[in-house]
Ligand binder design. Structure first.
Ligand SMILES: O=C(O)[C@H](O)[C@@H](O)[C@H](O)[C@H](O)COP(=O)(O)O
Length: 249
Protein backbone atom coordinates (compact mmCIF):
# COMPACT_ATOMS: atom_id res chain seq x y z
CA UNK A 1 0.00 0.00 0.00
CA UNK A 2 1.53 3.29 -1.11
CA UNK A 3 1.63 5.99 1.55
CA UNK A 4 1.41 9.68 0.67
CA UNK A 5 2.97 12.56 2.54
CA UNK A 6 2.73 16.28 1.77
CA UNK A 7 5.48 18.45 3.24
CA UNK A 8 5.29 22.25 2.96
CA UNK A 9 8.36 24.50 3.10
CA UNK A 10 8.50 28.30 3.59
CA UNK A 11 10.05 29.17 0.22
CA UNK A 12 11.68 27.67 -2.90
CA UNK A 13 15.22 27.93 -1.50
CA UNK A 14 14.37 26.03 1.68
CA UNK A 15 12.40 23.52 -0.40
CA UNK A 16 15.48 22.80 -2.55
CA UNK A 17 17.72 22.51 0.51
CA UNK A 18 15.29 20.17 2.26
CA UNK A 19 14.77 18.05 -0.85
CA UNK A 20 18.54 17.79 -1.29
CA UNK A 21 19.11 16.69 2.29
CA UNK A 22 16.22 14.22 2.01
CA UNK A 23 17.63 12.86 -1.26
CA UNK A 24 21.15 12.36 0.11
CA UNK A 25 19.96 10.67 3.32
CA UNK A 26 17.57 8.50 1.28
CA UNK A 27 20.48 7.33 -0.87
CA UNK A 28 22.44 6.61 2.30
CA UNK A 29 19.53 4.64 3.76
CA UNK A 30 19.10 2.67 0.54
CA UNK A 31 22.83 1.87 0.39
CA UNK A 32 22.56 0.35 3.84
CA UNK A 33 20.30 -2.38 2.50
CA UNK A 34 21.02 -2.82 -1.20
CA UNK A 35 23.42 -2.04 -4.02
CA UNK A 36 23.27 -0.46 -6.50
CA UNK A 37 20.93 2.43 -5.76
CA UNK A 38 18.98 3.96 -8.65
CA UNK A 39 17.86 7.59 -8.64
CA UNK A 40 15.85 9.33 -11.37
CA UNK A 41 16.47 13.06 -11.79
CA UNK A 42 14.17 15.71 -13.17
CA UNK A 43 14.65 18.92 -15.09
CA UNK A 44 12.99 22.18 -14.16
CA UNK A 45 13.80 24.97 -11.76
CA UNK A 46 13.22 23.15 -8.50
CA UNK A 47 14.69 19.89 -9.73
CA UNK A 48 17.97 21.52 -10.72
CA UNK A 49 18.04 23.72 -7.60
CA UNK A 50 17.78 20.54 -5.54
CA UNK A 51 20.88 19.13 -7.26
CA UNK A 52 22.78 22.37 -6.71
CA UNK A 53 21.85 22.30 -3.03
CA UNK A 54 23.02 18.68 -2.82
CA UNK A 55 26.36 19.64 -4.35
CA UNK A 56 26.97 22.07 -1.49
CA UNK A 57 25.96 19.60 1.22
CA UNK A 58 28.51 17.84 3.44
CA UNK A 59 26.29 14.77 3.10
CA UNK A 60 27.70 14.24 -0.40
CA UNK A 61 30.83 12.82 1.22
CA UNK A 62 28.78 10.22 3.12
CA UNK A 63 27.45 8.55 -0.03
CA UNK A 64 29.38 5.81 -1.83
CA UNK A 65 28.72 7.16 -5.34
CA UNK A 66 30.37 4.15 -6.95
CA UNK A 67 27.14 2.28 -6.15
CA UNK A 68 24.68 4.89 -7.43
CA UNK A 69 23.09 5.03 -10.88
CA UNK A 70 21.50 8.27 -12.11
CA UNK A 71 18.72 8.36 -14.71
CA UNK A 72 16.33 10.99 -16.05
CA UNK A 73 12.55 11.07 -16.02
CA UNK A 74 12.56 13.07 -19.23
CA UNK A 75 14.83 14.98 -21.57
CA UNK A 76 14.45 17.66 -24.13
CA UNK A 77 15.36 16.17 -27.53
CA UNK A 78 18.40 18.40 -28.01
CA UNK A 79 22.04 17.58 -28.79
CA UNK A 80 24.47 16.63 -25.98
CA UNK A 81 25.86 19.80 -24.40
CA UNK A 82 22.88 21.96 -25.31
CA UNK A 83 22.30 24.27 -22.32
CA UNK A 84 18.57 23.53 -22.38
CA UNK A 85 19.07 19.78 -21.87
CA UNK A 86 18.15 18.52 -18.39
CA UNK A 87 21.38 16.52 -18.49
CA UNK A 88 23.51 19.62 -19.14
CA UNK A 89 21.92 21.46 -16.23
CA UNK A 90 22.24 18.47 -13.89
CA UNK A 91 25.90 18.00 -14.77
CA UNK A 92 26.63 21.66 -14.10
CA UNK A 93 24.71 21.59 -10.82
CA UNK A 94 26.07 18.35 -9.36
CA UNK A 95 27.08 15.45 -11.58
CA UNK A 96 30.35 16.84 -12.97
CA UNK A 97 31.61 17.34 -9.42
CA UNK A 98 30.53 13.83 -8.40
CA UNK A 99 32.35 12.29 -11.37
CA UNK A 100 35.43 14.45 -10.89
CA UNK A 101 35.91 14.05 -7.14
CA UNK A 102 33.32 11.84 -5.44
CA UNK A 103 33.81 8.54 -7.25
CA UNK A 104 30.67 8.54 -9.39
CA UNK A 105 31.56 6.45 -12.47
CA UNK A 106 30.62 8.16 -15.72
CA UNK A 107 29.12 4.82 -16.75
CA UNK A 108 26.59 5.21 -13.93
CA UNK A 109 25.18 8.40 -15.48
CA UNK A 110 22.47 7.49 -18.00
CA UNK A 111 21.39 10.40 -20.21
CA UNK A 112 18.66 10.11 -22.82
CA UNK A 113 20.03 10.47 -26.37
CA UNK A 114 19.45 13.62 -28.37
CA UNK A 115 19.39 14.15 -32.15
CA UNK A 116 23.17 13.76 -32.29
CA UNK A 117 22.81 10.13 -31.17
CA UNK A 118 19.27 9.10 -32.16
CA UNK A 119 17.24 9.67 -35.33
CA UNK A 120 14.04 10.62 -33.48
CA UNK A 121 12.53 10.91 -30.00
CA UNK A 122 11.09 7.43 -30.58
CA UNK A 123 14.52 6.00 -31.36
CA UNK A 124 15.95 7.68 -28.27
CA UNK A 125 13.09 6.31 -26.18
CA UNK A 126 13.68 2.79 -27.51
CA UNK A 127 17.39 2.97 -26.75
CA UNK A 128 16.67 4.21 -23.23
CA UNK A 129 14.19 1.40 -22.67
CA UNK A 130 16.94 -1.06 -23.59
CA UNK A 131 19.40 0.60 -21.19
CA UNK A 132 16.86 0.59 -18.39
CA UNK A 133 16.11 -3.10 -18.95
CA UNK A 134 19.82 -3.93 -19.00
CA UNK A 135 20.08 -2.57 -15.45
CA UNK A 136 16.87 -4.14 -14.17
CA UNK A 137 16.57 -7.32 -12.12
CA UNK A 138 14.51 -10.44 -12.74
CA UNK A 139 13.51 -9.47 -16.28
CA UNK A 140 11.84 -6.23 -15.19
CA UNK A 141 11.58 -3.38 -17.71
CA UNK A 142 13.23 -0.87 -15.39
CA UNK A 143 15.37 -0.96 -12.24
CA UNK A 144 13.42 -0.62 -8.97
CA UNK A 145 14.23 3.07 -8.69
CA UNK A 146 14.86 4.01 -5.06
CA UNK A 147 13.87 7.66 -5.55
CA UNK A 148 12.25 9.18 -8.64
CA UNK A 149 12.16 12.98 -8.66
CA UNK A 150 9.52 14.87 -10.64
CA UNK A 151 8.96 18.57 -11.12
CA UNK A 152 5.41 19.69 -11.94
CA UNK A 153 4.41 22.29 -14.49
CA UNK A 154 1.60 24.86 -13.97
CA UNK A 155 -0.58 22.63 -16.17
CA UNK A 156 0.04 19.64 -13.91
CA UNK A 157 2.49 17.88 -16.22
CA UNK A 158 5.24 15.70 -14.81
CA UNK A 159 8.30 14.54 -16.74
CA UNK A 160 7.16 15.18 -20.33
CA UNK A 161 3.65 13.79 -19.78
CA UNK A 162 1.32 16.68 -20.60
CA UNK A 163 -2.46 17.00 -20.12
CA UNK A 164 -4.44 15.44 -22.94
CA UNK A 165 -1.32 14.24 -24.71
CA UNK A 166 -1.21 10.83 -26.37
CA UNK A 167 1.99 10.03 -24.45
CA UNK A 168 -0.13 9.67 -21.30
CA UNK A 169 -1.38 6.34 -22.62
CA UNK A 170 2.00 5.01 -23.74
CA UNK A 171 2.87 1.50 -22.63
CA UNK A 172 6.37 0.22 -21.96
CA UNK A 173 8.95 2.23 -20.06
CA UNK A 174 9.66 5.19 -22.36
CA UNK A 175 7.95 7.30 -24.99
CA UNK A 176 8.90 9.83 -27.64
CA UNK A 177 6.98 13.10 -27.28
CA UNK A 178 6.05 15.55 -30.03
CA UNK A 179 4.11 18.78 -29.72
CA UNK A 180 5.11 19.47 -26.13
CA UNK A 181 3.39 22.68 -25.00
CA UNK A 182 6.54 23.43 -23.00
CA UNK A 183 9.44 24.04 -25.42
CA UNK A 184 11.18 22.30 -26.93
CA UNK A 185 8.39 20.49 -28.72
CA UNK A 186 10.29 17.19 -29.01
CA UNK A 187 11.15 15.26 -25.89
CA UNK A 188 11.69 11.80 -24.45
CA UNK A 189 9.94 10.69 -21.27
CA UNK A 190 9.45 7.80 -18.91
CA UNK A 191 5.88 6.50 -18.98
CA UNK A 192 3.57 6.28 -16.00
CA UNK A 193 4.37 2.55 -15.99
CA UNK A 194 8.05 3.29 -15.43
CA UNK A 195 7.45 6.14 -12.97
CA UNK A 196 5.15 4.04 -10.83
CA UNK A 197 7.74 1.25 -10.61
CA UNK A 198 9.78 3.47 -8.29
CA UNK A 199 9.86 2.70 -4.60
CA UNK A 200 9.41 6.38 -3.88
CA UNK A 201 8.11 9.12 -6.18
CA UNK A 202 8.76 12.70 -5.06
CA UNK A 203 6.95 15.62 -6.69
CA UNK A 204 8.78 18.88 -6.00
CA UNK A 205 6.93 22.10 -6.84
CA UNK A 206 7.20 25.75 -5.88
CA UNK A 207 5.30 28.91 -6.77
CA UNK A 208 1.72 30.14 -6.77
CA UNK A 209 1.31 29.12 -10.39
CA UNK A 210 1.51 25.46 -9.30
CA UNK A 211 -1.06 25.69 -6.48
CA UNK A 212 -4.20 24.94 -8.47
CA UNK A 213 -2.79 21.85 -10.18
CA UNK A 214 -1.08 20.61 -7.04
CA UNK A 215 -4.42 20.77 -5.23
CA UNK A 216 -6.15 19.09 -8.18
CA UNK A 217 -3.58 16.32 -8.24
CA UNK A 218 -3.83 15.74 -4.50
CA UNK A 219 -7.62 15.69 -4.80
CA UNK A 220 -7.32 12.88 -7.34
CA UNK A 221 -8.51 14.71 -10.45
CA UNK A 222 -8.38 12.68 -13.68
CA UNK A 223 -4.84 11.92 -14.82
CA UNK A 224 -5.70 12.94 -18.39
CA UNK A 225 -6.33 16.46 -17.09
CA UNK A 226 -3.72 16.51 -14.32
CA UNK A 227 -0.90 14.05 -15.06
CA UNK A 228 0.65 14.67 -11.62
CA UNK A 229 -2.45 12.97 -10.17
CA UNK A 230 -1.35 9.75 -11.82
CA UNK A 231 1.99 9.16 -10.12
CA UNK A 232 2.60 7.06 -7.03
CA UNK A 233 5.55 5.22 -5.61
CA UNK A 234 5.28 1.57 -4.72
CA UNK A 235 5.89 2.35 -1.06
CA UNK A 236 5.59 6.13 -0.80
CA UNK A 237 4.69 9.28 -2.73
CA UNK A 238 6.09 12.54 -1.39
CA UNK A 239 4.81 15.97 -2.31
CA UNK A 240 7.46 18.54 -1.43
CA UNK A 241 5.96 22.02 -1.86
CA UNK A 242 6.62 25.58 -0.84
CA UNK A 243 3.83 27.54 0.86
CA UNK A 244 2.85 29.27 -2.40
CA UNK A 245 2.36 25.99 -4.25
CA UNK A 246 0.49 24.53 -1.28
CA UNK A 247 -1.86 27.48 -0.96
CA UNK A 248 -4.61 26.47 -3.34
CA UNK A 249 -6.77 29.40 -4.50
O1 LIG B 1 12.03 18.94 -18.99
C1 LIG B 1 11.37 19.59 -18.18
O2 LIG B 1 10.98 20.73 -18.38
C2 LIG B 1 11.05 19.02 -16.82
O3 LIG B 1 11.36 17.72 -16.68
C3 LIG B 1 9.63 19.33 -16.45
O4 LIG B 1 8.84 18.19 -16.15
C4 LIG B 1 9.74 20.23 -15.24
O5 LIG B 1 10.15 19.46 -14.11
C5 LIG B 1 8.44 20.92 -14.94
O6 LIG B 1 8.04 21.61 -16.11
C6 LIG B 1 8.60 21.90 -13.77
O7 LIG B 1 9.52 22.86 -14.14
P1 LIG B 1 9.71 24.16 -13.20
O8 LIG B 1 10.11 23.60 -11.84
O9 LIG B 1 10.81 24.95 -13.86
O10 LIG B 1 8.41 24.87 -13.16
Amino acid sequence: MSRRLVVVHPDPAVLAEAAAARLLTSILDAQSVRRPVHVVLTGGTVGVATLAAAAASPLVAAVDWSGVHLWWGDERFLPRGDPDRNETQARAALLDALVASAGLPEANVHPMAGPDAADSPEASAAAYADELAAHADDGAAVPAFDVLLLGMGPDGHVASLFPGHEALGATGSTVGVHGSPKPPAERVSLTFEAIDAAREVWVVAAGAEKAEQAAAALAGEPTAEVPAAGVRGVSRTLWLLDTAAADAP
